[in-house]
Design a protein around this ligand. Structure first.
Ligand code: ASP
Ligand code: MG
Length: 468
C-alpha cells in the first residue's frame, strides 16, 4: 500500500527522484541494462552510480602493489580493469567518442600507477584520484546505456547527460574521508542542476567530490549512498532511491535467521541505529541529509524491482510501529572495564576518561557505569590500541574481555514499554548476558554475549518478537 502511494506520488511528472545504483547493479552488461530500465521506470532525474563491482578494491590494490614496486602485478591488475571495462563498452555498443573517453581514463590510470611505482609512495590525494576512476568509468558507460534506452523508447522529452559530480559535490580536503561542504553544494546544485530538472536525466558518480584546492576527494568506502543523499538534499528531491542487490532492509541478517523478513517501512532514526549497530545495508551517515529535508528513502533490488522494498521515512504512525522492528549484531567486540575507588563521590572522573578516548579518536559503542566502574565496548582494533590503554592505566585499573558480540534490538518505544526486559530475558533463556545498555535511546536495547552466542540470541529474539 505504502509503496503504491509513494509510487503514484513520484510518477506525477514534476517530482524529482534521485536514484543510486551500487556496484552489483553495475556489474556487467545485463546488470547495467536492467538498472537503466529501473531508472527510466522510476523516472529518476539524477542517477548516481558506484564503480562496477570489485573495481574499487582492484584500484586500491593497484596502488598497494605499485608502492611495493611490484610492477608486474600492478600492470596485471591494470590490464584486468581495462579488459573488463572494454568488454562492457563493446557489449553495450558504445559510440566511438565514449570509447575515446574511456581510453583517456585508462591513460590516467596508467600514468598514476607509473608515478606511484616511481615514487614508491602514494599519498591519500593521489589514491583518491586513482580510486575515483572506478566511478568515472562506470558512469561513462552507464550514461551511454541510459541514452540508448531513452532513444530506443523515442523519449524525446528527456535528454541524458553525464555529469562530473565534482562540479557540484564540494568537500573539504580530508582525502579518503572528505566531508561535504553543504553551503557550497546548495549553490552549485542550484547553478548546475535545478534549472535543468526534470527534463534532463543526469548520470553521475557516487563516492567522489572535489576539495577546495580542486583535487578529487572521496567520502570513504561505501560512500556512494552518501553522495546520493547529499545530491537529493542539494536539489530538494522528492524521493531518494537506493538500488542494491537485496529487496530492502531485513528484520535481521537472513544468514543468521532464515525467517528474516523485509521491513516495509522504518523511521530514519531506527534505520540509523540499525546501520550503526551492525546491519550492512546502508552507510551509517547516508541518511542524515535526506532525513534533514524529510526526503523519503526507498531501498530496493535492481535485480527484482517489482518485489517492493523498504521505505525509510521521518514519521511513522504509532499503530504501525512494532515494538521491535529489527535485530542487529556486531562481532569482535571487547568489553573494557575501568575501575577506580577514586570515582566514589567525586566528579571529573568520567571527563578524564572520555577525554582520553577523544584524544585517541576511539569511539565507544555501548557503556554502563556503577559508582566505581565504567564498562564499555570497543571494536577489536580499538581495543588493541596499547597507547590508549596505557594512558587509561594512569587513572584507573582496567580489564579487558575479548571475543564478545553486541546484540541490539531496534524499535520505537523500547524504553517506554513495561515488561520488555522480562520478555527479552525469557527469549534468551540460558544465554548469559554480560552487559546491558538500556534507557539512553527509545530506539535501542543492546547487550553483550560471548562469541558465537550472538546468532543464537538473535534467532531466539526474532522468533519471540518478530516471527511469532
Ligand atoms: N565504489 C566505492 C566503494 O566500493 C563507493 C561505493 O560503492 O559506495 O567503496
Ligand atoms: Mg558499494
Amino acid at each position: 500500500m505504502q509503496t503504491l502511494r509513494k509510487e503514484i506520488q513520484t510518477n506525477q511528472g514534476q517530482s524529482i527522484v534521485v536514484a543510486k545504483f551500487g556496484g552489483t547493479s553495475m556489474a556487467d552488461e545485463v546488470a547495467m541494462r536492467r538498472s537503466a530500465q529501473v531508472s527510466m521506470q522510476r523516472n529518476a532525474s539524477i542517477v548516481v552510480v558506484s564503480a562496477t563491482a570489485g573495481t574499487t578494491n582492484q584500484l586500491l590494490e593497484v596502488a598497494k602493489n605499485a608502492i611495493e614496486s611490484k610492477e608486474a602485478q600492478t600492470n596485471l591488475l591494470i590490464d584486468k580493469i581495462k579488459a573488463r571495462h572494454l568488454e562492457l563498452a563493446h557489449k553495450l555498443e558504445v559510440a566511438d567518442q565514449t570509447l575515446e573517453q574511456l581510453n583517456g581514463l585508462f591513460e590516467e590510470l596508467e600514468t598514476l600507477a607509473k608515478g606511484i611505482l616511481l615514487l614508491r609512495d602514494c599519498w591519500p590525494k593521489t589514491r583518491d584520484g586513482l580510486v575515483s576512476l572506478g566511478e568515472r568509468m562506470s558512469s561513462l558507460l552507464f550514461s551511454e546505456c541510459m541514452s540508448q534506452l531513452y532513444s530506443s523508447q523515442n523519449e524525446t522529452l528527456k535528454s541524458v547527460e553525464l555529469l562530473d559530480v565534482r562540479e557540484v559535490l564540494a568537500t573539504d580536503d580530508r582525502h579518503e574521508r572528505a566531508r561535504p561542504n553543504f553551503n557550497k553544494i546548495e549553490i552549485l546544485c542550484q547553478q548546475h542542476l535545478t534549472a535543468k530538472l526534470p527534463s534532463t536525466v543526469f548520470v553521475t558518480q557516487g563516492f567522489m567530490g572535489r576539495g577546495p584546492s580542486g583535487a578529487t576527494t572521496t567520502l570513504g568506502r561505501g560512500g556512494s549512498d552518501y553522495s546520493a543523499a547529499i545530491l537529493a538534499w542539494g536539489v530538494d528531491a522528492d524521493v531518494l532511491e537506493i538500488w542494491t542487490d537485496v529487496p530492502g532492509i531485513a528484520t535481521t541478517d537472513p544468514r543468521i535467521c532464515p525467517s528474516a523478513q523485509i521491513i516495509s517501512e522504518i523511521s530514519f532514526q531506527e534505520a540509523a541505529e540499525l546501520a550503526t549497530f551492525g546491519a550492512k545495508i546502508l552507510h551509517p551517515t547516508t541518511l542524515a541529509p535526506a532525513g534533514q529535508k524529510n526526503i523519503p528513502v526507498f531501498v530496493g533490488s535492481s535485480y527484482d524491482p517489482d518485489k517492493g522494498g523498504t521505505w525509510i521515512v521521518s514519521q511513522i504512525e504509532d499503530e504501525k510501529t512494532p515494538l521491535v522492528r529489527a535485530l542487529a549484531m556486531r562481532k569482535d567486540q571487547t568489553l573494557l572495564t575501568i575501575t577506580t575507588p577514586k570515582m566514589l563521590q567525586t566528579h571529573g572522573f568520567l571527563y578524564q576518561i572520555f577525554k582520553i578516548f577523544n584524544d585517541y579518536q576511539v569511539s565507544i559503542d555501548a557503556i554502563t557505569t556503577s559508582e566505581i566502574s565504567v564498562a564499555l565496548t570497543l571494536d577489536k582494533t580499538d581495543a588493541s590500541n596499547d597507547e590508549l590503554l596505557e594512558e587509561l592505566k594512569r587513572y584507573a585499573d582496567i580489564s579487558l574481555e575479548h571475543d564478545l558480540e553486541l546484540v541490539s534490538l531496534i524499535g520505537n518505544r523500547i524504553n517506554h514499554t513495561p515488561g520488555l526486559g522480562e520478555k527479552i530475558f525469557n527469549c534468551l533463556g540460558d544465554i548469559n548476558v554480560r552487559m546491558i545498555c538500556h534507557g539512553a535511546s527509545r530506539h535501542n536495547f543492546c547487550f553483550i554475549v560471548k562469541k558465537d552466542q550472538g546468532a543464537e540470541a538473535i534467532s531466539r529474539l526474532h522468533n519471540g518478537f518478530i516471527t511469532n
